[in-house]
Design a protein around this ligand. Structure first.
Ligand code: NAD
Ligand code: DAU
Length: 331
């Protein structure tokens, strides 16, 4: 199989490429990535020489057409992915998440290529803390932020291209990922690297907000299950029953790093901050037989702390600029 992976130098995409090279001897991987601030070729260093890397933009239609013409399957991870950034400047989110997805869809339509679209649970908006329901593939779209609304738009383009043009596509909407190679702007790596630097972790608002954590390896094994066995036109929700509130996660990071559990600061809340995400992944589990392997969030988090301790050379170049941006936001 010739596989084109967009966004393969980012967090989830690079882990997906590692996973694929490790487990799928029959797959030839080409990565297309623009290497924005969030992309880092160093994340692909362990597989360098075993993949083809193309630096380029998913909105570059002639380039995308050439690469799609040479692929059997496209997995589309590339995106602007950070909510806080989308609140400061939404334009790159519209450009990459909407126009970029449109560009890929037109190419897979021309070439009849199988396409898997990576998306987020944030397209469904948020839940109340005491809501007994979780997100299902039938939950109406109700995104809150520029980030999640552009991801919702991209999902709807995929659905329309399936129905109107017969594009061979599937969609997955996953909850919050954690693990190695995640940019230090994101919640968990930000706090781990703050502690390493002797800086107190930063909790937005009350910290009651709940995220449904899944290890990136489990996300990627689910993506492979969908590529292998998913039904064309279907949406699969990926989650590992990992609901935790932010305050508990910060306290666990402090405990795992040998700090007092209250050694953190409360900072300004994120405008429009979604309260709770929660995934019902029973369709994926019953239809495709998928199950997560990381059953303990505490163990997965401890391994992630160890990874950031051991890989300072990877994250250090991003750290100061990231924190400088947060200072201007009071967060
Ligand atoms: P990331 O920000 O770490 O990586 C994004 C990658 O896309 C980077 O390598 C970047 O250089 C590349 N990119 C950005 N714009 C591009 C463009 N115009 N052309 C080519 N490449 C471009 O993101 P991530 O956290 O790995 O997320 C990957 C995908 O998974 C996204 O589609 C995101 O919406 C989705 N997702 C993320 C999470 C999560 O918890 N991080 C959860 C569910 C879904
Ligand atoms: O749900 C899936 C989504 O998860 C993905 O689609 C996004 O790409 C990904 O970034 C993530 O979005 P969140 O906004 O939930 O992730 P973030 O890491 O930015 O924040 C997680 C929670 O932690 C959120 O409630 C905000 C809070 N937070 C974040 C930071 C950076 C803090 O309390 N302090 C912080 O310093």
């Amino acid at each position: 199989m010739r596989l084109l992976v967009t966004g393969g130098a980012g967090f989830i995409g690079s882990n997906f490429v590692h996973h694929t090279i490790r487990d799928r001897a029959d797959v030839q991987v080409t990565v297309l990535d623009a290497l924005t601030y969030a992309g880092d070729e160093a994340s692909l260093a362990p597989v360098a020489g075993r993949i083809t890397f193309v630096q380029g933009d998913i909105t570059d239609a002639p380039l995308v057409d050439r690469l799609v013409a040479d692929a059997d399957v496209v997995v589309h991870f590339a995106a602007e992915s950070h909510n806080d950034n989308s609140l400061e400047n939404p334009w790159p989110f519209v450009q990459t998440n909407v126009i970029g997805t449109y560009t890929l869809l037109e190419a897979v339509r021309r070439h009849g290529t199988r396409y898997h679209h990576i998306s987020t649970d944030e397209v469904y908006g948020d839940l109340e803390l005491d809501d007994p329901d979780r997100f299902t593939p039938e939950t109406p779209y109700n995104p809150s932020s520029p980030y999640s609304s552009t991801k919702a738009a991209s999902d709807l383009l995929v659905r329309a291209w399936v129905r109107s043009f017969g594009v061979q596509a599937t969609i997955s909407n996953c909850s919050n990922n954690y693990g190695p190679y995640q940019h230090v702007e994101k919640f968990i790596p930000r706090q781990i690297t703050n502690v390493i630097d002797g800086v107190r972790p930063k909790l937005y608002g009350t910290g009651e907000n709940v995220r449904d954590w899944i290890h990136v390896e489990d996300h990627n094994s689910a993506v492979w299950a969908i590529i292998d066995k998913g039904r064309i036109g279907e949406t699969y929700l990926i989650g590992a029953d990992g609901e935790q509130n932010n305050k508990d996660v910060i306290e666990l990071i402090l405990e795992l790093t040998g700090q007092p559990r209250d050694a953190y600061d409360r900072v300004n809340d994120r405008p429009g901050h979604d309260m709770r995400y929660a995934i019902d992944s029973s369709k994926l589990r019953t239809e495709l037989g998928w199950a997560p392997q990381f059953s303990s969030f505490q163990d997965g988090l401890a391994a992630t702390v160890a990874w950031y301790r051991e890989n300072e050379a990877w994250w250090r170049p991003q750290k100061d600029a990231t924190e400088a941006k947060y200072v201007t936001l009071g967060r």
